[in-house]
Design a protein around this ligand. Sequence first.
Ligand code: BV8
Length: 248
Amino acid sequence: MTVQTVVDRLRRATRVTILTGAGVSAASGVPTFRGADGLWRTYRAEELATPDAFAGDPALVWEWYAWRRGLIASCFPNAAHDVIARWSRTFTRCRVLTQNVDDLHLRAGTTGLVRLHGSIWELACWRGCGAPPWRDESHPFPMLPPRCPRCGGLARPAVVWFGESLSAADVAAAYDACACEVFLTVGTSAIVYPAAGLVHEATRHGAFTVEINLEPTPASSVVDAALQGPAEQILADMARRLHHETLL
Ligand code: BV8
């Protein structure tokens, strides 16, 4: 299967869904989780991105998130985010389901965005005092760990940790988005559920499924087209072909 085959499918599609993972932000300088230079290599991340880790040592977990926020603050959307943002506004119905918490899709102007794992730029009350999650883009934080503005208790990152359920509304929106003509899974190792199950749901709906990744993943044997290479290059090439043909 070639890039042109995928472009031909996209040109005829009205409903397009794009699932993204850390690989989409790699070209922006945001470390991935499981890659050679990944976050999970340098940290005991499986033990940090959990409620138990936070309950046990909130200061340590906040150090990890504050470090990531500082790093992401100096990053900008790359060509992959820009193409996805443009497509989110041009296809009749386009949904972007991201596992990423860096908000680079938001900054690129993406519409129809579902942030399955939340945002590193939003906080919530750890005690659940009723304060709705709030956005805080300060870095560094004036005080660490940050406090809840309503009850003064401990704040937590408003992200979904391992062992925590995703919001029911986001899961419903994600499954609804699987009823589409073309489903692209871009820059994800396809091992974290329930996000990794979405490509199977799209297949059940008869979608033409495409993977864009540097390397094979468990999704590679499931999709109709597995395109190996950098997302920022492949998506830019697809966009050029789509745009060029539209102008003809
Ligand atoms: C849930 C937090 C119900 C925010 C993340 C036992 C106990 C409890 C749960 C489980 C269990 N066993 C399994 C589970 C379910 C678990 C899970 O799936 N575990 C996996 C590891 C097996 N899932 C959950 O817990 C989820 N909740 O199931 O609730 C429940 C409730 C209670 C009990 C049971 C079940 C919650 C999942 C969300 C976890 N939170 N992050 C944060 O700190 O960031 S996950 C973390 O991994 C990130 O969100 C990340 O997005 C996600 C997936 O990683 P990827 O994005 O794919 O990144 P990765 O580095 O892995 O891969 C990058 C890819 O890009 C690579 O393939 C690389 O080749 C490619 N790439 C690199 N550069 C490029 C590129 N591709 C293209 N171009 C490039 N330039």
